[in-house]
Design a protein around this ligand. Sequence first.
Ligand SMILES: Nc1ncnc2c1ncn2[C@@H]1O[C@H](COP(=O)(O)OP(=O)(O)OP(=O)(O)O)[C@@H](O)[C@H]1O
Ligand SMILES: [Mg+2]
Length: 265
Amino acid sequence: MKAAASDRRDRLRAMLADLKMPGALEAVDGVLAQVDSGAVTAGEAIELVLNAQIALRNNRRLQAAMRSSRLPAVKTLAEFDFTFQPSIKREQIESLHELGFLDRGENVILLGPPGVGKTHLAISLAITAAEAGRRVYYGTLTGLIDTLMEARAAGELSRRLRVLTHPALLVVDEIGYLPVSQDGAVLFFQLINARHERASTVLTSNKGFEEWGTVLGDEVMAAALIDRLLHHCHIVNIRGNSYRMREHQEWLRSAAEKRREAVAR
Ligand SMILES: Nc1ncnc2c1ncn2[C@@H]1O[C@H](COP(=O)(O)OP(=O)(O)OP(=O)(O)O)[C@@H](O)[C@H]1O
Ligand SMILES: [Mg+2]
């Protein structure tokens, strides 16, 4: 009986190696031991082994995406504290992370004042998409416009527009902080036009739509842009306090406490 079990273990290991499933291969011995000790059922064991493989694959996808997508940080949904930001509907954000909007080519616009988590949530959507094997790309509005301008100067604008139309998810972060030249706004319009109804764009802004005309230096074009973006769109309107301020306040509180302790000593 013992020999049969160890033969099966060897066969399983050989099969997982043959199928190129290193995550599952690494987990299988531990999981079989849990089955032997009665800690998990057979069904749970299959789930654990497959989950180990999926976790490894997703991690590899994420590593590859972090190299190519220019995402500035890893921010995940699990790290997001919904209790701090009650104006956000948790169900809406969780349902967006199921990525149906990507298949439908819909956009997401995150609006709100500084520090409320717009970039965090835009990145966590991009990371979830990357883990699901989708191509993602991140840029700030001014960063994207700069690369389009460089490409145009090199006579490669249409190629660059094609490259930026390719990702299933493009993050356009920070619409509203830095002014954009009218020329730059035209390039941005071309980008959104190229992606419109083809692929999803996740945008963040500290300014309401009524101010986008001023940001982009052209009311008529801003209206046409917003019209395209809103055509198939999920809007996340965040009203609340800055998480950064909370972190600063905690730091200030602990610094004050340390000072008090030092004085008391
Ligand atoms: N609800 C939250 N739970 C956990 N971390 C948060 C939350 N909101 C924001 N943060 C963190 O606080 C910092 C600021 O958030 P973020 O960069 O997403 O703000 P923002 O809305 O993009 O601000 P800005 O308009 O200035 O760019 C980040 O480090 C982010 O991970
Ligand atoms: Mg931001």
